[in-house]
Write a protein that binds this ligand. Sequence first.
Ligand code: KIV
Length: 265
Amino acid sequence: MSSNKITVTRLREMKRDGRKISCLTCYDASFARLMEQAGIELLLVGDSLGMVVQGQSTTLPVSLDEMVYHARNVARACHNPLLIVDLPFMSYASPEQALRSAARLMQEGGAQMVKLEGGGPVLESVRRMTEQGIPVCAHLGLLPQSVHKLGGYRVQGRDDVAAARILKEAYELQEAGADLLVLECVPASLGAEVSATLEIPVIGIGAGSSCDGQVLVVYDMLGMNPNPASFVRDFLGGAGSIEGAFQAYVAAVRDGGFPTLEQAF
Ligand code: KIV
């Protein structure tokens, strides 16, 4: 393994040392190469590909085969960043199915960590995957795979009860063995509390500047979304090239220039 390889140990060290972690979604080899050159720590093959690559209105139609295909393409150009791949909707409805799906993402897709959405209902799956040596990234807050249950893409954890539930689930996921947590669309105060409470790094998206790292959907930060969420910043405009946009993003995450209060709830 190259000495520049990002590992779960390196991520914990970064959190301990207060160094911010940058992550972008990635769906192909060309973008993976440019992101790696920009020094990004994490590449996420997100099931957001269903919306931004396939043009679907939600992430629900994305299949495990499609995730394997995109992961394999990204993996060919991803050497130093840690490669995280989403388990798509209904590919982890039981711990057994989660194990089988994660095995495909790792063996066929080259994933080095798998991500799944939710708290209580996925704890046993997180435990079982951890027992088998599979690194797991949990995902709380806005859960895009539950969009119909949530009634839309809305900020989560706004009231005290909902915030306390997210904090409790975050802790339980860590105790079940999760190595990383993505926290999506929650008030910045809750992002700060979850990050301060957990030992594992918390990667925020619309969760404020106090998270241990940040993730954005790549097409959003390249200004390609006609209706971007308020937590998105267009990094291409000022940079003039895609490489420049990735470098500007990594630098802004590292020095705390992104996100600001403007991109927070
Ligand atoms: O699928 C995805 O792109 C994600 C990010 C929004 C974190 O899960």
